[in-house]
Design a protein around this ligand. Structure first.
Ligand SMILES: Cc1ncc(COP(=O)(O)O)c(C=O)c1O
Length: 477
């Protein structure tokens, strides 16, 4: 495509934009259990208006746009109080969970650079269920990841393994509240206690749960401690663009105090342009997401969130009970919020996903890793609430129809030849051939993904990552 010689008419623009959405996930249907946290049309309207109102304001300089400083401070203040932080707790607004996590890791790294210069190769301890964003942070920031196992039944971090993994180079321990995959809260109190004893940082990743868990607890659900009420928690991430239902591009990174947060801030006065000081990774940024977050939280209010939580809690219990009754399916762990993982010992779950997709549902595949088998993930949101009965009926029907499925001959074939290969030395051509065998031709993905998922599922993480990079490198211009 080239820049058009003359600008298009407004209606042409929007017709085209609309047409681009033809193959997108139909989240408005309420049948997608993932990616979208939509609060419904009334809240969306407030969100859109606030977003547009601050679309053009630039978060680069809060001295020029004090409105954004006020919005950010009020959002942090609400988050701090919601998560039992005292007056010392500080934080910032970021573009999402990943940015909050990258900042938490950078802050830990830079704190220890100053306080413990003898640590040359800093390490952070991640249970295998910790979000991939920590691996990304490690990759970007030169911090070594030390992974620890989780309990094979509860999928919660194994505290003894975390204790054993602490070395003279450890700077940070991470726990999830809850973990994305299994929706369970790690033993944060014990893990943060270990950090405290050993003078380490502890990050509570409450990207998914930080906003909702306090409401689930108020509704009587047994929610383990995970926030600033726990001694030893030095930082916490809570996403607003998930279960606070605000527009995407919204998360908070909070710290126990300013002495810690200081290591997050970047200032540069060694160039010829404006004076630069950034709280977060981004520099120039729209004020839209921040204004929308402020507007939505104030619009829904505490009682509104409690009601949303109540509906989600009921829907989640319905899903858990329903899956428990379907022959050949089994839950993984005991969900403590509204994220559910289930699998089958006898059926190919990737085929179940494809068949459910053909019936209009979106549920997410997760590959096996260490002692977590391949499974189906659901993030339940208010948009799904009225659809649970229908979902369970279709799921039971699909499971009944599917019968014993082959786990992918191709996967078995390729596993033999691939597992002996070194991902660092396989040529790009060889990878393209593998992708073709898995049904990926050029840039298009097949409608049914089971073949690819079966293949990925048997490969080592190194090979999976190599294939993903190869695919994405070819997908984008
Ligand atoms: C527990 C947890 N942490 C971090 C993230 C990353 O958040 P984001 O996708 O907003 O970058 C997620 C996303 O699902 C998550 O579930």
């Amino acid at each position: 495509m080239k820049i058009p010689r003359n600008g298009l008419k407004e209606n042409e623009i929007f017709e085209k934009l609309n047409s681009f959405r033809a193959n997108d996930l139909d989240w408005r249907s309420g049948r997608a259990f993932g990616y979208i946290f939509d609060p419904g049309p009334e809240v969306r309207k407030v969100s859109e208006e606030a977003y547009s109102m601050f679309l053009t304001e630039n978060g680069l300089d809060f001295t020029v746009f004090p409105s954004l400083l006020k919005l950010e401070n009020e959002l942090v203040d609400m988050g701090r109080k919601h998560l039992n932080g005292d007056e010392q707790v500080v934080g910032n607004f970021t573009s999402g969970g990943t940015e909050s996590i990258i900042l938490a890791v950078k802050t830990a790294r830079d704190y220890f650079r100053t306080s413990s210069p003898a640590i040359k190769k800093p390490e952070m301890i991640l249970p295998i269920t910790a979000h991939a964003a920590f691996h990304k942070a490690a990759h970007y920031l030169g911090v070594r990841v030390v992974q620890t196992p989780v309990d094979p039944v509860t999928f919660k971090a194994d505290v003894d393994a975390v204790r054993d993994a602490i070395s003279p180079s450890t700077i940070l321990i991470v726990g999830s509240a809850p973990s994305y995959a299994h929706g369970v809260v790690d033993p944060i109190r014990e893990m943060a206690g270990l950090a405290l004893e050993n003078h380490l940082f502890f990050h509570s990743d409450a990207c998914m749960g930080g906003f909702m868990l306090p409401y689930f607890r108020r509704l009587g659900a047994p929610v383990p401690d995970f926030d600033f009420s726990v001694p030893g928690v030095t930082s916490l991430s809570v996403d607003l663009h998930k279960y606070a239902y605000t527009a995407k591009g919204a998360s908070l990174i909070l710290y126990r105090n300013k002495d810690l947060r200081k290591h997050q801030i970047f200032a540069c006065s060694r160039w010829t342009g404006y004076t630069m000081v950034n709280n977060t990774v981004q520099s120039s940024k729209s004020g839209g997401a921040m204004a929308a977050a402020w507007a939505v939280i104030n619009f829904i209010g505490d009682e509104g969130y409690l009601e949303l939580a109540r509906r989600k809690l009921v829907a989640t219990q319905q899903v858990i009970k329903g899956i428990g009754k379907i022959k050949n399916l089994k839950l993984l762990g005991k969900p403590e919020m509204c994220l559910v993982a289930f699998t089958s010992d006898t059926l190919n779950i990737f085929n179940i996903i494809d068949d459910m997709n053909e019936k209009g549902w979106y549920i997410q595949p997760a590959l096996s890793f260490e002692n977590s088998v391949q499974h189906i993930h659901m993030s339940i949101s208010v948009l799904n609430v009225g659809w649970i009965d229908q979902f369970l009926t279709d799921l039971e029907k699909t499971v009944g129809e599917i019968g014993e499925m082959e786990s992918g001959d191709l996967a078995a074939d390729l596993k033999q030849s691939l597992t002996s290969m070194d991902p660092d030395t396989i040529t790009d051509e060889a990878f393209s051939k593998i992708l073709e065998k898995a049904g990926i031709k050029g840039k298009d993905l097949p409608r049914r993904m089971a073949k690819i998922n079966n293949l990925m599922n048997v490969l080592s993480p190194d090979l999976r990552e190599r294939l993903l990079v190869e695919y994405v490198n070819n997908l984008f211009c």
